[in-house]
Design a protein around this ligand. Structure first.
Ligand SMILES: Nc1ncnc2c1ncn2[C@@H]1O[C@H](COP(=O)(O)OP(=O)(O)OP(=O)(O)O)[C@@H](O)[C@H]1O
Length: 292
C-alpha cells in the first residue's frame, strides 16, 4: 500500500512574518527523507501543515488526491511524532497505545511490547510520570507501530541518551525493511541520520532550497584543499558555497560541477564531503546575512 502526498504552493504567514513561501513537493513512496534547515527555518510548521494541525495561509496538501483539511481518511495515512504532548498526564502507557489504535486501527501491539521492553519503558506508568526522554521514546514507539504510510518525525531523539538514539534508529531501519513506508525525519543531528537518508529536503529562507537524493547531492559536493592562492585559482568561477582556513591552508566547498579542463596543482586535493558539511555550508550564508 502506498499513499501519495503532494504539497501545492504552500505558504504560511504568522502576522507579517512569512515563514514558508510557495513550497511544492511530492513525497515519494517508501523513502526515508531528511528534512533539514536551520533553527526557525519552518520545518515544524511544514510538518504541522501536512497533518492539518495548523492551517496554511495559502496552498494545498493533497493526500491521495484529497485535501487534508478535516479529512480523517486522508489523515489516517499520516502520523506526526512531535514535541507537544497530546496525552493526558494520568493516561498509562498501555492506555495510550489503545487510544492510538482507535484511530490508527492497524496499530502493531506486538511490536509496541517488544519496543517497550527494549527501551525499558514500563507500560503501566502514567504519562505524567515519564521523564522527557521517555516521553519522546513513547512517541517514537507509537510512530514505529502505527500502520500509516507516511511517518513524520519532528526531532524524534530530543532528550534521548546516545544509546537510546542509536537503538531508535536501528529499530526504525528494521521496521522500514519489514514494512516499507515513507519517513520524513527532521533533526539537527544530521550525522545520526546521514547513513539512512535517501532524499534530502532543505528549507532555507522559507523556501524549499533542495529536494534531491542524497546520492545525487553528495556526488556533486566537494572540498578543495591546499595553499590559499592555488585553491582560489582552482575554484574561481565554480559554485563555492563556503570555506575554512587553517593557517595558510584553505578548503573551499564546491557544490556543483568541477571544471574537468582545469589542471589540479600537485599541492591541491579534491575530496568528497559528507551531508553534515554540505548542510552547514549551504545554510551558513543566510545566517551571516541575517546578522547584518
Ligand atoms: N504559533 C506561532 N506564532 C508565531 N510565530 C511562530 C509560531 N510558530 C512558529 N513561529 C515562527 O515560525 C518560524 C518557524 O518556526 P518552526 O518551529 O517551524 O521552525 P523549525 O525549522 O522547526 O525550527 P527549529 O529547528 O528551531 O525547531 C520561527 O521564526 C518561529 O518563531
Amino acid at each position: 500500500m502506498t499513499t501519495e502526498v503532494v504539497l501545492n504552493q504552500i505558504s504560511k504567514k504568522y502576522g507579517k512574518q512569512e515563514v514558508l513561501t510557495d513550497i511544492s513537493l511530492k513525497l515519494k513512496p517508501n523513502t526515508i527523507y531528511g528534512l533539514l534547515g536551520r533553527n526557525g527555518a519552518g520545518k515544524s510548521t511544514l510538518l504541522n501543515i501536512l497533518t492539518n494541525r495548523i492551517p496554511a495561509t495559502s496552498g494545498k496538501v493533497l493526500i491521495d488526491g484529497q485535501p487534508n483539511l478535516n479529512n480523517d481518511d486522508a489523515l489516517g495515512k499520516i502520523y506526526l511524532m512531535s514535541e507537544p504532548n497530546l496525552y493526558l498526564t494520568r493516561a498509562k502507557v498501555f492506555q495510550i497505545f489503545r487510544e492510538t489504535a482507535n484511530f490508527y486501527t492497524g496499530f502493531d501491539f506486538e511490536l509496541a511490547h517488544q519496543l517497550t521492553n527494549k527501551f525499558g519503558l514500563n507500560e503501566s506508568l502514567r504519562f505524567g510520570k515519564l521523564s522527557t526522554g521517555y516521553r519522546s521514546i513513547l512517541k517514537d514507539i507509537i510512530a514505529l507501530c502505527v500502520d500509516a504510510d507516511i511517518i513524520l518525525l519532528d526531532e524524534p531523539t530530543l532528550g534521548l541518551d546516545a544509546n537510546h538514539r542509536e537503538l531508535f534508529y536501528q529499530e526504525l531501519v528494521e521496521t522500514y525493511a519489514d514494512r516499507p513506508r515513507t519517513f520524513v525525519i527532521s533533526t539537527h543531528l544530521i550525522e545520526e541520520i546521514a547513513g539512512m537518508v535517501e532524499n534530502v529536503l532543505l528549507i532555507k529562507d522559507g523556501r524549499l532550497a533542495l529536494d534531491d537524493t542524497t546520492e545525487s547531492l553528495l556526488a556533486r559536493s566537494y572540498s578543495v584543499t591546499g595553499p590559499e592562492e592555488k585553491v582560489r585559482e582552482y575554484t574561481a568561477g565554480l559554485n563555492v558555497i563556503g570555506h575554512d582556513s587553517l593557517g595558510k591552508l584553505r578548503s573551499d566547498y564546491v557544490f556543483g560541477k568541477l571544471d574537468e579542463n582545469r589542471v589540479l596543482p600537485d599541492t591541491v586535493s579534491v575530496e568528497k564531503i559528507d551531508l553534515q558539511k554540505l548542510f552547514i555550508n549551504l545554510t551558513e550564508q543566510s545566517d551571516e546575512e541575517g546578522q547584518k
